[in-house]
Design a protein around this ligand. Structure first.
Ligand SMILES: C[S@@+](CC[C@H](N)C(=O)[O-])C[C@H]1O[C@@H](n2cnc3c(N)ncnc32)[C@H](O)[C@@H]1O
Length: 286
């Protein structure tokens, strides 16, 4: 590494966000994505932005913020800024009771009410583990129980994660929670075993439509109302008021009798939504 690039790196590492620039970033992030950015998250934000600043060829937070907020850089940086600030942790069969409920309660009840084409939506899908898990559960349910079909819409704010989700390639250890029978049917081993990667089958990938959608939008253009919506582990990043607005809009996208799943650490308490509770963090549209 040259002396010049070493100098650039050490400058970046010692650099801190000024209060003014932290406030500008935090307020933009909150307005655009709903994500709360209290001052306790400053070190995390700095860490994530350092990588982005290096990629732009700029060297300091001041230069970056001047470029973004004062010199028209926001439009081109928006996508990267969002990719840098979003937390994308996810797993296959995360919070597995939800998938038991979907298979054993929600889908049979919807079938009994005459639904044969299930419309479902993973509304903060991250790198795809959630919608692929939904697809495996739906596909298996229909194969075992009855004729019918399903569609899965998978959306997220971050284009980075959407790209990974579309590709459907994962390190082999990531699919450990997937039951062996489903692995055999829906997961392909890499031809070269030393790569230790797997890929969801083309069939399963074809079942999911991926797209970018900001839950902060005033309305969600998702077509016909859904039978099942997953909105898990994203509400925790929003304040209560934003959670209420998002959940009301999601309810507008559900058919009466449709199901809403939120994360186990999330709650709808005090939000006066048109739903009844049917299981822990599972709700049915009235
Ligand atoms: C922690 S992940 C949760 C993924 C998955 N739902 C799960 O439970 O495993 C949160 C996801 O929410 C997305 N996100 C954050 N703010 C968002 C917004 N305003 N609109 C849509 N997605 C958002 C992030 O990009 C991230 O992929």
């Amino acid at each position: 590494m040259s002396t010049a690039s070493l100098k650039v790196q050490s400058q970046s590492l010692n650099d801190r966000l000024s209060k003014r620039n932290f406030d500008r970033l935090a307020s933009f992030i909150y307005r655009y994505s709903g994500i709360k950015m209290p001052s306790t998250k400053q070190t995390m934000l700095e860490g994530r932005l350092r990588r982005r600043i290096r990629a732009t060829g700029l060297t300091t937070f001041d230069e970056y913020c001047d470029y973004v907020f004062d010199h028209g850089g926001l439009e081109s940086e928006l996508v990267h800024l969002v990719d840098a600030i979003t937390t994308n942790k996810t797993d296959f069969f995360r919070e597995p009771k939800h998938f038991d409920y979907l298979r054993d309660q929600a889908l049979p009840a919807l079938s009994r009410s005459g639904v044969s084409r299930f419309r479902t939506w993973s509304s903060a899908c991250s790198t795809g583990a959630e919608p692929y898990t939904m697809a495996m559960v739906l596909d298996t349910y229909l194969a075992n129980n009855r004729d019918g079909s399903y569609s899965i819409l998978a959306t997220d704010l971050s284009t980075d994660v959407l790209e990974k989700a579309r590709l459907g390639i994962y390190p082999v250890e990531v699919i450990e929670p997937v039951p062996a029978e489903m692995r055999r049917k829906y997961v392909l081993q890499a031809a070269n075993q030393s790569r230790r990667e797997v890929r969801m089958t083309p069939y399963l990938r074809s079942k999911i439509g991926f797209g970018r959608l900001n839950l902060m939008d005033n309305r969600y253009s998702v077509g016909e109302p859904m039978h099942v919506i997953f909105c898990r582990n994203v509400l925790i990043y929003f304040d209560k008021e934003t959670q209420g607005r998002v959940l009301h809009r999601l309810c507008e996208c559900l058919v009466p009798g449709g199901y809403l799943f939120i994360g186990h650490s999330e709650s709808i308490a005090g939000l006066d939504l048109p739903v009844r509770t049917v299981a822990n963090t599972v709700f049915q549209r009235l």
